[in-house]
Design a protein around this ligand. Structure first.
Ligand code: LRH
Length: 478
């Protein structure tokens, strides 16, 4: 069999990576080619993507990949959702894209002519203050000249695909996070767009995962030193869409829990569920690969533990890493719990103070050491998983049998075991690299190597090892 080599760029909260997925007709092996920093930059007091540097990193990554003896067959890019870039008539970014944790959308939703219910009934997307629609509304409000200036809207993976190919298209799964796509037609909802006063011409043709975005531009081929062009493939360019594609799901009644900065908990379904209860419980119907719907809820995630490590190390002289946090949580005598989705925890300046305020306000007293802050996070996350699983069961009428946990966060065994314990369900953990695998597999689909989603998942199952956590009822010990 001829090997295929697919290059996957995955842009995560602190780093971006280029990983090669090598397929031999049976399994995929991942090899890291290039890794770079992806911290936001502050410009005029606002948080932005570090655009110029990232563009350089993309080309450096491709150059590194082209030095390898085995040529590569295709490229696919995924990033987190909702962020976008506006380009002018010359196809130049009007400015570097904002990062969704920038605070310019604060309070903006109350100024909009469309209410949550109506948004939800049309788009099926849960309210999150940073959804593209609120970012865009804030941006046009602060800068009315944009109406003349902005010609194209591209989500970040579209923007990078545009750099590589020269084309302007919008990939469906990431567009679905915008709250501007109609949940039934899977096309732009121009009724919403017009009522919000956004120029119609901003919105580009929607293309679906598995289609070709375009061919790598000649100027890049010359720069990186390759002689045959390669397709840039429209993968599930929303990292969560790629992550779901990359889970070895076997049953319709298995839930998934993607553990990154965010915890994304949900089900893969065939048709959107948009009703009063799903609205009240704030569940999204995001677009998935192969025409599926990702019925899911955004819950705060490893971001909280990352902030705990960062803020603790800024304040205390004893420096800690994740192992210290986990041990301290296990040894904590007192128990605390937070609601991880409380607005205190979206972008806290000091997560320990945020936890203290929350615990005091909810009558739990005041945590005051690493173990107590940590256990407040673990309890808060896992109890929220349990609450939302119950909501999923009551909304869909399904009884969830097991939970597939994937993403970097599953390296934390305490999180996996506590999730099994608190939900009283079997947890199947793996793979860590589900976004990258999902990205690579959709490329292999576009190249004609695999033809269905279940075939994709069989390849993944053969390629990774999974770890099972059975629920234990006797406390937290592993
Ligand atoms: C996870 C994620 C999530 C979005 C958030 C902005 O990385 O893409 O699905 O809601 O980041």
């Amino acid at each position: 069999t001829k090997y295929k080599k697919c290059l996957a760029f995955d842009f995560g909260a602190s780093s971006g990576r280029l990983i090669a997925g090598v397929y031999n007709g049976e399994k995929v092996v991942l090899e890291e080619v290039y890794r770079f920093n992806n911290e936001p930059v502050t410009i005029n007091n606002h948080l932005h993507w570090n655009l110029e540097l990232l563009y350089k990193h993309i080309l450096n990554g491709l150059e590194a990949a082209s030095k390898d003896v085995a040529e590569f067959d295709s490229i696919g890019i995924d990033t987190w959702g909702v962020d976008y870039c506006l380009l002018d008539k010359e196809e130049k970014p009007v400015h570097w894209p904002f990062h969704y944790r920038d605070d310019r959308t604060e309070g903006i939703s109350s100024k909009m002519p469309i209410h949550f219910e109506e948004f939800y009934s049309k788009t099926g997307i849960q309210f999150l203050p940073f959804n593209t629609v609120y970012q865009l509304f804030a941006e046009f409000k602060n800068n009315p000249k944009l109406n003349q200036k902005a010609e194209y809207l591209l989500f970040i993976p579209d923007l990078f695909n545009h750099f590589l190919t020269g084309n302007n298209k919008t990939e469906y799964t990431i567009a679905s996070t915008s709250q501007l796509l109609n949940v039934n037609s899977k096309q732009w909802d121009f009724d919403i767009i017009e009522r919000l006063g956004f120029p119609k011409h901003l919105f580009q043709e929607i293309i679906f995962p598995g289609e070709i975005y375009g061919m790598l531009h000649e100027k890049h081929m010359r720069k990186i030193g390759i002689s045959n062009s390669v397709p840039v493939i429209s993968v599930g360019s929303h990292d969560t869409a790629s992550a779901v594609a990359g889970i070895p799901l076997e049953h319709e009644d298995s839930a998934y829990l993607i553990c990154g900065s965010w915890s994304l908990l949900g089900l893969e379904i065939q048709n959107p569920v948009v009703n009063e209860i799903s609205f009240k419980d704030s569940f999204s119907n995001e677009g998935g690969v192969f025409n599926t719907i990702r019925f899911l809820k955004n819950i705060n995630g490893m971001f909280l533990l990352q902030q705990l490590k960062k803020h603790y190390n800024e304040i205390f002289t004893r420096k800690i890493d994740f192992a210290d946090i986990i041990n301290a949580a296990k040894l904590s005598h007192k128990s605390f719990s937070i609601n991880p989705n409380h607005s205190l925890f979206l972008s806290p300046d000091n997560v320990m103070e945020a936890i203290n305020s929350y615990c005091i306000a909810t009558g739990q007293g005041k945590p005051d050491n690493l173990g107590e802050w940590a256990i407040a996070i673990y309890n808060g996350l896992t109890q929220e998983f349990e609450n939302q699983l119950l909501n999923i069961e009551s909304i869909t009428g399904k009884k969830i049998k097991q939970i597939h946990m994937v993403g970097g966060g599953i390296q934390d065994e305490l999180l996996c075991q506590m999730t099994a314990n608190v939900t009283n369900k079997k947890v199947v953990a793996g793979p860590v690299e589900s976004s990258v695998l999902g990205n690579v597999m959709i490329q292999l689909f576009a190249l004609g190597e695999v033809s269905t989603l279940s075939e994709i998942r069989q390849v993944i199952k053969r390629s990774v090892s999974l770890k099972v956590y059975e629920p234990k009822l006797e406390g937290l010990s592993l």
